[in-house]
Design a protein around this ligand. Sequence first.
Ligand code: MG
Length: 278
Amino acid sequence: MSIARSLGIFIICDQDLPLRLKTASQLGITTAQVLAPPAEQRTPEKTVELQKAFADAGLTITVVFCGFPGESYADIPTVKRTVGLAPAETRAERLAEAKRISDFARRLGVDAIGLHIGFIPEEPDDPNYAPLVETVRELARYCSGNGQHLHLETGQETAETLLRFIKDVDAPNLAVNFDPANMILYGSGEPLPALRLLGRYVRSVHCKDARWSDTPGQEWGVETLLGEGQVNMAAFVAVLDEIGYQGPLTIEREIAGEEQARDIEKGVQLLRRLMGRQ
Ligand code: MG
């Protein structure tokens, strides 16, 4: 099945999985990105179960995302301190875990893993910059051995900094998961120029919307229903065309339960309209 320009949703594997799969199935969604479940749920038996659940729902998994124990998205300073491979004290253990998730994704037959690596230092002479480059290079090399791309999620730094970082890592399988709303939520730049700048590296996207905070970069903006924020989804889809993007349009809505399901349905309607499929 072709995944080009398919609709997708982001699914957290150990949160309401049956409801998520049902929602996707009923809406005719055919792809999903998943947040990898914790290690104890990645046994061979559970991996087969998971694979079957997605296949039964008619969903192809396109990217497996890494999350790490100890991460918190409570506020921007906490993200800086706790998320991804940027914090030095947890870097080695998280690199090892990301490699295990790459292996898990290979067993699922998925050719990409993704993650927030945390805040990339804006200045390359920051003492944390070179070790982060080296760590991501090592992870990219490991993913390459599993026949995978490694997708870095956008938003915690400017697009210029991410582009320089990608060039410094210099790994052929390093790519971008572009989340336009994160640029607004973290206050790290206008999403559409960022998308153009990173264009050739973008292999997956999150269709997510948000409004700027009054103090960008210090306090979160607010995530919204798709189309009600300040991304300008019509222009976002147009720029994806412009850069020749061929991957799925994966809806991410970071709320839970029935409300999430309703918002995803509205998001699907909007994207179908924008893609000229209605
Ligand atoms: Mg995202």
